[in-house]
Design a binder for this molecule. Sequence first.
Ligand code: PMP
Ligand code: GLN
Length: 395
Amino acid sequence: MSDAARQAQAIGNTVLGEYGTTVFTVMSALAVEHQSINLGQGFPDEDGPADIRRAAAEATLEGPNQYPPMMGIPALRQAVAAHNRRFYGLDVDWQTEVMVTSGATEALASCLLGLINPGDEVVLIEPLYDCYHPLVRRAGGVPVMVRIEPPEWTLPRDALAEAFSDRTKLILLNSPHNPAGKVFDADDLAFIADLVKRHDAYALCDEVYEHLVFDGRPHIPLMTLPGMRERCLRIGSAGKTFSMTGWKVGYVTGAPALIAAAAKAHQFLTFTTPPNLQAATAYGLGLEDAYFRDFTADMAAKRDLLAQGLKEVGFEVMDTQGTYFLTVDFRPLGFNGSDVEFCRHITVDAGVTAVPVSAFYRNAAVDHFARFCFCKRPAVLSGAVDRLKAHFGGP
Ligand code: PMP
Ligand code: GLN
């Protein structure tokens, strides 16, 4: 540990002090150091549609570039409401039921800080995206963990039912799920909805990969289930939907009281989000259906390309129903170390970077899986596969 890190631990917040630097930063730095092909941190290697970027450029030149309204510019809130209607049949009042945030991450933080009181229990499903656990705890919440595990990632219903109590404030549900690539189906969602209703709780739904659901499967927002309209906050991200992860434009949809509670935190966290990016995101959400169809199809083809290549290398490759990610079991290659060691090994010695799946668990136990990101140009994916084949001596 560096001197600064040691001092930070002494003077910093004790909850956050328990967490190291995020795995994405660690692995991307290692990838740069070793000039490897970075299939670790999830970001596309091609920016999204030129006309959306042009809309952002024009909005920057034309202005205004001053503080937009706290809840987001009307055009974007209207576009989010229309998007909800177009894809999910949800009837959303743009003035009271939509809030624009600086990325899905700020949406998560605002919702958690805005809803949780000290001692409230929050049901989390691990593996989980890295900010969930610290944000819940920093908000004073008590995480109650339920695990899904490869290869099937089946939701353990008994354990989930046991995780709910009369102290449960909410469940944080990520579907499509990072890193599992799992899309929760109608049965799982009905089971979850029933628990939420029975315990008079809420659901915070991280649906940033809503347009990356493959093989004709539907993405079903929990919010569309009977009785859930008033109990869900649903989060989307322009970064994911338009392949511009640096943009950090998020949007939350929910019943007026829930949005108002989240806004109490949002007003003190970021207050607002750059107006040019909001205007361009509004334009993007209005693109014709073909954009969304092609986006999904293109990413499914990349998934197939990488999955096939990794199978040829000798990995056991888990099914991926959605997201940017696929998970592999590396034991068939004869590597006997942990997943952290494996990901470091392939970065340094094979020139390809992945992320250890144990980084997404609080209590690991699962330590022989790696997550590869496939939102890259086909030549880059093939190049990574070639390097892995050369290193592991595959065909
Ligand atoms: N949730 C999940 C599950 C994610 O994978 C990501 C990816 N970065 C985010 C939230 C954060 O999205 P944003 O970049 O819009 O903050
Ligand atoms: N969501 C991205 C991933 O899972 C990374 C986001 C980040 O770097 N904070 O890889």
